[in-house]
Design a protein around this ligand. Structure first.
Ligand code: HEC
Ligand code: HEC
Length: 282
């Protein structure tokens, strides 16, 4: 009896994890969403001291993005029917994520980094969607967005169409993919005339105000003095996953250090390998 029960449980586990024991789509989605993608950085409520309120994970961010073109907040992206995205189909969710358009045709403000999500491999896109549809629905009504003019996001060079699984083998290419879906360059590339100046990819300079005061995105190009050129791999990894700069000082938000701490060692090494190839800029 107990033996048969055990066999049944094992069979169920094999079925859930797939015959090879590889991660399931939902596990992959969990790894991405609560890791490199830092969706919660904009979509999860926070308690005292800015700490994530994980009981209400992904049910709406506290920040108001108040810009000349729009005033928006991170939406409730749990499957709650009335206040979240519970009534959206998988295809509608993918369209919102990659094309930045809601099911009712209204475009999302480009604070939502959809332009960086065009590069998702079909499998990873499926994983993110499967994970989002698996999390507990949380009732939380987020104030409606206000749009003043239409602005659209622009994909960084080489990232305007989906990559494939085969692209994720070679470390630099995989690092480029991860840094793109992690929208590193969205924060780390300077703006010029309201747009990212991708000719200065990674040169830093954008200013982020918040409860922490202000922080300025730093130069993460391969420049030997102004960027990361003379940092060791370990120095770079420590900055990304622990928020500690090479001189030992603590780095401020909004970069999601605690979420990046979840990166698998190979993925973190791939990001560093890619950063080494970013042309040096002052
Ligand atoms: C830099 C902040 C930021 C990040 C990171 C971010 N989002 Fe968003 N997202 C927003 C904002 C702000 C909105 C609302 C935009 C608007 O109202 O026009 C939004 C809207 C959405 C919507 C539309 C929901 C609705 O009800 O209209 C979905 C779905 C979504 N985000 C999913 C995600 C997922 C999944 C991730 C991670 C892969 C993610 N977002 C990462 C800021 C962000
Ligand atoms: C939401 C904006 C944002 C995102 C996304 C972001 N960063 Fe940052 N990053 C910053 C800011 C701001 C700082 C500086 C913080 C400070 O000065 O206290 C920083 C600091 C750093 C540093 C430390 C550099 C130094 O000179 O001390 C590194 C390395 C870095 N980021 C790499 C990355 C990588 C790689 C990614 C993507 C995986 C990434 N960042 C994503 C905003 C961001």
């Amino acid at each position: 009896m107990h033996f048969r029960l055990m066999v049944a449980v094992l069979a169920a586990l094999v079925w859930l994890r797939g015959p090879t024991g590889a991660e399931t789509l939902v596990e992959r989605g969990d790894y991405l969403v609560n890791g490199i993608l830092t969706c919660g950085n904009c979509h999860t409520p926070r308690g005292p001291g800015g700490v994530f309120d994980n009981a209400k994970r992904l049910s709406g961010g506290p920040q108001v993005f108040d810009e000349p073109a729009f005033t928006v907040r991170g939406s409730n992206i749990t499957p709650h029917k009335e206040t979240g995205i519970g009534s959206w189909s998988a295809a509608e969710l993918k369209r919102a994520l990659q094309d930045g358009v809601r099911p009712n045709g209204v475009p999302l403000a480009p604070i939502m980094p959809s332009a960086y999500y065009k590069v998702f491999t079909p499998r990873d896109m499926d994983a993110v969607v499967a994970y989002l549809r698996s999390i507990p629905p949380v009732a939380n009504a987020v104030p409606a967005p206000v749009y003043k003019t239409t602005v659209t996001g622009v994909s960084p060079p080489g990232a305007d169409k989906p990559m494939g699984e085969a692209d994720l083998v070679e470390p630099v290419r995989r690092g480029f993919y991860l840094a793109t879906i992690g929208h590193c360059m969205e924060c780390h590339t300077p703006m010029s005339g309201g747009r990212h100046d991708f000719s200065r990819l990674g040169a830093g300079g954008q200013i982020f105000p918040g409860p922490w005061g202000t922080s300025t995105a730093r130069n993460i190009t391969s420049h030997p003095d102004k960027g990361l050129g003379s940092w060791s791999d370990e120095d770079i990894k420590k900055a990304i996953t622990q928020g500690i700069a090479r001189d030992g000082s603590r780095l401020k938000p909004p970069m999601g250090y605690g979420l990046y701490a979840r990166l698998k060692p190979d993925d973190l090494s791939a990001i560093v390998a890619y950063l080494r190839t970013v042309p040096a800029k002052e």
